[in-house]
Design a protein around this ligand. Structure first.
Ligand code: FES
Length: 146
């Protein structure tokens, strides 16, 4: 009779200890796994945006506009052609701007310079500006990805 009671107590204690061990393991592993696995993108990539009226972008000027959650830049070069890029500097993410006096795109953070095609002229960026597609529709400058 005493052996049966001891065995029942042992099984009960084993179950309690196992439950405690498993609970502790889950409490440790779950947050670590959530930290290591990146969440799915919260916002789909923006497909297109209107940067403004075509007539509002003068020759040899640039306009920074909102392209989804990030800035974009439309440049009308000295020849009158439109170009669009992500305005996020590929170095460390500052917003670039157009400089009419030198007709280039400049990042003030580390003095990077890009030409009106988005190519690197000077500075530390590892790659050119991300090019976007630009079209004029009904007087609006429509910028799209791809
Ligand atoms: S962030 Fe633009 S040059 Fe460094």
């Amino acid at each position: 009779m005493a052996d049966t009671q001891n065995e029942d107590r042992r099984r009960f204690l084993d179950a309690v200890l196992t439950f405690g061990f498993v609970s502790t393991a889950v409490a440790v592993v779950y947050p670590v796994a959530r930290y290591l696995v990146p969440p799915a993108s919260e916002e789909p990539a923006t497909a297109s945006a209107v940067a403004g009226k075509s007539t509002a972008i003068a020759v040899n000027s640039g306009v920074v506009f909102k392209f989804g959650t990030k800035p974009g830049i439309v440049v009308r070069d000295p020849r009158g052609e439109l170009h669009a890029f992500s305005a996020v500097c590929p170095h460390l993410g500052c917003t670039v701007q157009y400089r009419p006096d030198t007709s280039d795109i400049w990042c003030a953070c580390h003095n990077a310079v890009f030409d009106v095609e988005g190519a690197i002229v000077a500075g530390p960026p590892p790659r050119p500006l991300e090019r976007l597609t630009v079209n004029v529709r009904g007087g609006d400058v429509v910028v799209s990805r791809g």
